[in-house]
Design a protein around this ligand. Structure first.
Ligand code: NAD
Ligand code: DAU
Length: 369
């Protein structure tokens, strides 16, 4: 299929109640261009229907959204939904590296079996299209990550043809999902594309991740557990930019291709944390240096030329994005307190209890070093 510049009209968005998926749903429906979205989401601890509240509160947008609670690894649920869709956008994943080190199984179930189920459903629909039973085969977009490249040496930037080298169970599951997509493109001629996004931040991110964890802990004057020397480098991408990159590739990406979606700010964690504390008016003494994440990738950095050539580049500067993010968490305390439910306290104790007991003062900020 040659992609239609107007874009597919009926989308199945899996994982659409999570952080980036819900931003994609909110932003696409806010265009009011007739796009209809079905969200399929399991509502794990990370999924939250409240992330779609801005859509529900607008009757016109709400009429374009259907929510189905279910697992992408459940073929009985997935099959009919893919049957009704022009395109499938798969955000669904277990997304936290630290949890993948503690409990990897769910990562494989969703990241490998779940992707397999989605691809099989797309393959069946493509066969129906070939038989004249539907007008066109569905397009499939796999939302992947820069983590599949593994750690990247100083001075280098990953390009799409680089060999992948995932180093955490999370990244390995994401890489496996991508490999399955590639296999279906080659073997079955599936119309599929892959995006590899950089470290994403912004409103509605679960408080387990660095930026929201440190904002919410700092608001409560709690310790901020900085792993190792805190000089690991991440390239930060504002969430609406990430959602826009996915939308752009969905509409314009060439079948079978993979596109990096890099961020705008390559920064060591210490610098990011200093920026948060400054905005919150909290002292650096909250930061505790704790034992490192096992296998911690030192640096991610991607080259974005291929997607820029296709017409997309990130737009939100890091300083402005961080301002908005800090303001959002300050204004939405009920949201993040609710997200710290379920297994949160057990998880926090497993992940940080012993680390914080062995912690020390974090020393100077990156700027002071
Ligand atoms: P998230 O954890 O906030 O959301 C994941 C969503 O998927 C949740 O709503 C959850 O309920 C749902 N889900 C999980 N397992 C499911 C299953 N089996 N069936 C149906 N739904 C399921 O994650 P996020 O940060 O929004 O990431 C979304 C996607 O983007 C993921 O695929 C992730 O690998 C990728 N990604 C994330 C980042 C980042 O920095 N956050 C960067 C690059 C790529
Ligand atoms: O790069 C894209 C990836 O970014 C996505 O694929 C993942 O889904 C997403 O979770 C994110 O992975 P990271 O591991 O980079 O993000 P996290 O927020 O967990 O950590 C960011 C950096 O901060 C990393 O170097 C580890 C460090 N860190 C994190 C936490 C949670 C700390 O120092 N202390 C912490 O408590």
């Amino acid at each position: 299929m040659s992609p239609d510049p107007a874009g597919p009209r009926r989308l199945l968005v899996t994982g659409g109640a999570g952080f980036i998926g819900s931003c994609f749903v909110r932003d696409v429906l806010a265009r009011r261009d007739g796009t209809e979205i079905t969200v399929l989401d399991k509502l794990t601890y990370a999924g939250n229907e409240a992330n779609l509240a801005p859509v529900r509160e607008d009757p016109d947008q709400a009429a374009q959204l259907r929510f189905v609670r279910g697992d992408i690894a459940d073929a009985a649920i997935v099959g009919p939904l893919v049957g009704e869709a022009d395109a499938v956008v798969n955000f669904a994943a277990e997304s936290h590296v630290d949890r993948s080190i503690l409990d990897p199984e769910a990562f494989l179930r969703t990241g490998v079996l779940g992707v397999h189920v989605l691809l099989e459903a797309c393959r069946r629909e493509a066969e129906r299209a070939a038989a004249g039973d539907r007008s066109a085969p569905p397009r499939y977009l796999q939302v992947s990550t820069d983590e599949v490249y593994g750690t990247v040496a100083e001075g280098r930037r990953s390009v799409e043809d680089d060999p992948i080298g995932p180093r955490s169970p999370y990244a390995a599951a994401k890489a496996a999902g991508e490999l399955l997509v590639g296999a279906y493109v080659v073997t079955h001629g599936l119309d599929a594309v892959v995006t590899r996004g950089a470290n994403t931040y912004g409103p509605y991110q679960h408080p387990e991740k660095l930026i929201p964890l440190f904002i919410t802990n700092a608001i409560e004057d709690r310790d901020l557990p900085l792993y190792g020397d805190g000089l690991q480098v991440r390239d930060w991408l504002y969430v609406s930019d990430h959602a826009a990159a996915v939308d752009h590739v969905l509409r314009h990406g060439a079948a079978g291709e993979t596109y990096n979606a890099p961020g705008v700010a390559e920064l060591p964690n210490r610098t990011v944390v200093a920026g948060l504390l400054e905005r919150l008016g909290k002292p650096w003494s909250l930061v505790r240096s704790v034992p490192d994440r096992p296998g911690h990738d030192r640096r991610y950095a991607m080259d974005g030329t291929k997607l820029a050539d296709l017409g997309w580049s990130p737009t939100v500067p890091f300083e402005a994005g961080l301002d908005r993010t800090v303001a959002w968490y300050r204004a939405n305390e009920a949201w993040w307190r609710a997200a710290r439910s379920g297994d949160w306290h057990d998880y926090y104790e497993r992940q940080y209890g012993d680390r914080l007991a062995r912690s020390e003062a974090a020393g100077p900020t990156a700027a002071e070093r």
